[in-house]
Design a protein around this ligand. Structure first.
Ligand code: NAD
Length: 274
């Protein structure tokens, strides 16, 4: 293997992944492990977290599961101490846990929904970065990958969700600039339409599915593995000069609105040339 190939590897690294029991989280843990990292799975306590960790172990992946509500600073501190005690380090942090609230008109959006979206999507990423990042700062090395959404740029019917993800984009840039001189990189991967438990209800409706596929340049709904591949790249030395960046993993969805309003839209939607 050449040194270029090796730069994509993550051998010997400890990678903490939040929301690890969710659709994207599992795929991210598996990908990081295939590249040589040891995943630490953080998620809310429950059978799902235990089952996911057991599933990884039964496939030969050594991992550690830590029950943690990332909105609670004491629980995040305890999780950091567990990882520090177990491994003495955290090389990679993936802030993947997220919550999507139901679509509500802005004028009827309850403050509880607004606050809980911020608590999970933004404050949770801040708390994990603060405490796991302290471990990274101590050794002047580390890598943070946040999971955003195309909603950072394109407002949706769930106002709280998009706004919290936009805040995570700003936070990513803050971390990149503030901690870059201390050996830490931070980037944000913004997925488009990805089929996971969070989103699968949308795809039960064939009309919505077709509408979305038509608006995606690559003409397919994304998979958790599509996102995991970008996360592992950004976490690796192959991306050693990339920081503070948002990378959209959306099959080109966020670029098609113009062409879909042009006279050629029907041809484009049908996948024909004009
Ligand atoms: N699925 C998509 O189409 C899509 C698109 C864009 C962005 N995203 C983002 O990707 C990330 C992963 O989404 P997913 O589709 O895998 O969702 P998911 O619902 O399958 O997984 C989210 C996980 O986060 C965990 N979580 C929620 N609150 C938590 C808390 N307080 N503490 C710890 N863990 C908590 C959940 O238990 C769950 O396991 C999220 O940040 C989401 O916003 C998803």
């Amino acid at each position: 293997m050449t040194s270029e190939d090796l730069s994509y590897r993550l051998d010997g690294r400890v990678a903490t992944v939040t929301g690890a029991a969710g659709g994207m989280g599992v795929a991210i843990c598996r990908r990081l492990a295939r590249l040589g990292a040891t995943p630490v799975l953080l998620d809310l306590p429950g059978e799902r977290l235990t089952a996911v960790a057991e599933g990884l172990r039964s496939d030969g992946i050594a991992c550690h599961a830590v029950a943690c509500d990332i909105t609670n600073e004491n629980e995040v501190i305890a999780a950091t101490e567990t990882v520090s005690h177990e491994y003495g380090r955290c090389d990679i942090l993936v802030n993947n846990a997220g919550a999507l609230h139901k679509a509500v008109p802005l004028e009827s959006l309850d403050i509880e929904i607004w606050m809980s979206s911020f608590a999970v999507n933004t404050t949770g990423a801040f708390l994990c970065t603060k405490h796991f990042g302290a471990m990274m700062l101590a050794v002047r090395s580390g890598n943070i990958v946040n999971i955003g959404s195309t909603a950072t740029a394109l407002p949706t019917a769930s106002a709280g969700y998009g706004v919290t993800k936009t805040a995570v984009l700003g936070f990513t840039r803050q971390v990149a600039v503030e901690w870059g001189p201390h050996g830490i990189r931070a980037n944000i991967v913004s997925p488009g339409f990805i089929l996971t438990p969070l989103s699968q209800a949308f795809y039960a409706d064939p009309v919505i599915r077709k509408l979305r596929e038509t608006a995606i340049a690559l003409r397919r709904i994304g998979t958790p593995e599509d996102v995991a591949a970008m996360v592992s790249f950004l976490a690796s030395d192959a991306a050693s000069y990339v920081t503070g960046q948002e990378i959209r993993v959306d099959g080109g969805f966020s670029l098609t609105s113009h062409i879909l309003t042009q006279p050629q839209r029907d041809l484009y939607a049908e996948g024909k040339r004009w």
